[in-house]
Design a protein around this ligand. Structure first.
Ligand code: NDP
Length: 467
């Protein structure tokens, strides 16, 4: 590396997935790198997102699996669930992972500042706790996002609610949880708590959860919530929340549809916002959009020549693996002598509802808009495992195929292991797979996934007759 006119070649603000990957790759390429993290190394995914959430999904699935095993001959005595011991184990694992993130950075020679950093100008940062000023040639903003909640003016009593940050720290299971929202987080936690035996209600302002997903996936997940025992209230939002002492369910929620619900935990899962408040982007001249997201080009570069941003703070696709790829591309390009940028198309993703969603490519609705005529192949069936265990849930599989050349534009699944299955399908989609490629692929039997390569009949919408 060239002689250091600045304290560091690269300063990364934020120790989440994107920032840590960029810092490590740049340092391994020989750059002098620092990371500032005000909370704990690992960011949303490791500390209060994907990782503890997936543990909670597993916790809630075990109860159902024990019950369902009766159909396979297992006789299990009295079972009980100890939330305290599960949560302690979960947090110990989160601590271990956070430690690995720090160790990997240190092993790569990265300096870590365990405090908040804010811009003074485009090359200068102030560390909030120590008051130190640090300069860097290049700066990467990787500060992520945070749960958004309405203000107390918009929602009186919002201070009684928790977000996805606090939900991992409940000492006891709620008696009745009410969750606002219909996106990834609301759906996943509704299933988690219902699976843990908690009376659960989801309040969504729309008609069907998971806006933006394929219509059949939305319907399957929406109905699946109800089958899992979640009370789903649609077309309504919270109007106010009052606290009443001396009762088991002290939070009294008034809804816009004039009804009321009493609960002991109220969770807001109504979206996340980029974490740019107080970061000093204006001092550095870094442009933000109207939601506070850092505006970047395909190289993750901001309008300021030496400042980049990756991950949720850019409000492109708010997923951990995306932040990692963006961070890696940035570091390879700027420090590794290998210029590339991440292609945001056809990102496979999962929603850990129960059963889960796996999806890659375009929904039927978006494919029709973008490509005109499409053929749909879809199947809904009760998987073999459920024949003996009393589970009535069905698997949905759907292929969206461009009519002109039979290119597969989207694959959607709702069912056990959908996340695992869609990861492999994602490779084929990236390679430009066609429906004839699916057709000449031999099935793995007996499996759920084999249905992906055995669907032969185009789905024809029912035509309603007036007769
Ligand atoms: P989403 O943006 O997915 O969903 C927000 C939900 O809140 C929507 O249903 C939205 O309704 C509703 N909403 C928004 N504003 C209001 C309001 N003012 N009043 C009432 N309802 C409102 O956000 P999440 O917080 O669920 O998740 C954030 C992101 O995190 C996701 O988009 C995803 O990228 C990522 N994530 C990924 C996971 C995974 O990979 N499995 C898991 C969890 C999060 P409407 O539909 O009408 O807009």
């Amino acid at each position: 590396m060239a002689e250091h006119a600045y304290d560091f070649d690269l300063f990364v603000i934020g120790g989440g997935s994107g920032g840590v990957r960029a810092a490590r790759i740049a340092a391994l390429a020989g750059a002098k790198v620092a990371v500032a993290e005000e909370y704990r190394m690992g960011g949303t995914c490791v500390i209060r997102g994907c990782v503890p959430k997936k543990f909670m999904v597993y916790a809630s699935q075990y109860g159902k699996d024990i019950a369902k095993s009766a159909g396979y001959g297992w006789r299990v005595g009295d079972v009980s669930y100890d939330h305290g011991s599960f949560v302690a184990g979960m947090h110990a694992e989160v601590d271990r992972l956070s430690g690995i993130y720090s160790r990997n950075l240190k092993n790569a020679g990265v300096d870590i500042f365990e405090e908040r950093a804010e811009f003074v100008d485009a090359h200068t940062l102030r560390l909030k706790t120590s008051g130190k000023t640090i300069t860097a040639d290049k700066i990467l903003i990787a500060v992520g996002g945070a749960p958004w909640r309405p203000s107390p003016d918009e929602l009186p009593g919002v201070e009684y609610t928790v977000s996805s940050n606090e939900i991992f720290h409940l000492e006891d299971l709620p008696k009745h949880i009410v969750i606002a929202g219909g996106g990834y987080i609301a759906v996943e936690f509704a299933h988690i708590f219902a699976g843990l035996g908690v009376k659960t209600c989801l309040v969504y302002r729309g008609e069907e959860v998971l806006r933006g997903f394929d219509g059949d996936v939305r319907t399957a997940v929406h109905e699946g919530l109800k089958e899992a025992g979640v009370r789903v209230v649609t077309g309504a939002v919270f109007e106010k929340i009052e606290k009443r002492d001396g009762t088991d369910l002290p939070l009294h929620i008034s809804l816009s549809n004039s009804s009321h619900i009493d609960a002991d935990v109220v969770m807001m899962a109504v979206g996340r916002r980029p974490n740019t408040d107080g970061l000093g982007c204006d001092a550095a001249g870094v442009a933000l959009d109207d939601k506070g997201a850092v505006i970047v080009d395909e190289w993750s570069k901001t309008n300021v020549a030496n400042v980049w941003a990756v991950g949720d703070v850019t409000d492109r696709v708010a997923l951990t693996p995306v932040a990692i790829r963006e961070g890696h591309a940035f570091a390879d390009t700027e420090f590794g002598g290998n210029a590339w940028h991440f292609d945001h198309s056809d990102i496979a993703t999962a929603v850990f509802s129960q059963p889960e969603v796996g999806t890659v490519g375009l929904s039927e609705e978006d494919a029709r808009k973008a490509h005109g005529a499409v053929d749909i192949y879809k199947t809904q069936f009760r998987p073999m495992k459920n024949m003996l265990n009393g589970d009535k849930s069905r698997v949905l599989m759907k292929l969206v195929v461009r009519q002109s050349d039979e290119k597969v534009l989207g694959v959607h699944m709702v069912g056990d292991d959908a996340a695992e299955i869609i990861q492999a399908v994602g490779i084929a989609i990236k390679m430009g797979v066609t429906k004839p490629d699916f057709d000449r692929t031999c099935a793995v039997h007996p499996s759920v996934a084999e249905e992906l390569v055995t669907m032969r009949t185009k789905w024809v919408p029912e035509v309603k007759s007036n007769a």
